[in-house]
Design a binder for this molecule. Sequence first.
Ligand SMILES: [Zn+2]
Length: 138
Amino acid sequence: MSDCIFCKIVNDEIPAKKLYKDEHVIAFLDIAPITKGHTLVIPKVHQESISAVPAEYQQKMMHVSSQIGKAFVRTGEYDGFNLHLNNGQCAGQVVPHAHMHVVPRIGTDGFHWNWRNLSYEENEADEIIAKFNEKFSI
Ligand SMILES: [Zn+2]
């Protein structure tokens, strides 16, 4: 897509600090990182939703993301990493080209997810699963 900033990175039309590329994906440093080393792994095909990205590209995104996280840990500078994908504006997706975040972590980096622990009312979980099963296909 011609006006997509990530497609422009794929096509070398704008610069990025690249860590990896192959026939399916490219990985580069996020310009506004959560932690230093925060990397984006994107498919070389333009799709806004990860669910529309062909399976072989999705598989490569996950594999490359986990290996990038492992490499950061191997540097000795980090203790672990997060893999994070926002799908849809309501979920925090800002750039409308599917992308995985690799966030290298150390215990003292000061970043915390706003994670909460809700609970289900009686039958609520079963109703969610029933609705899901009506629509799920793979
Ligand atoms: Zn794009």
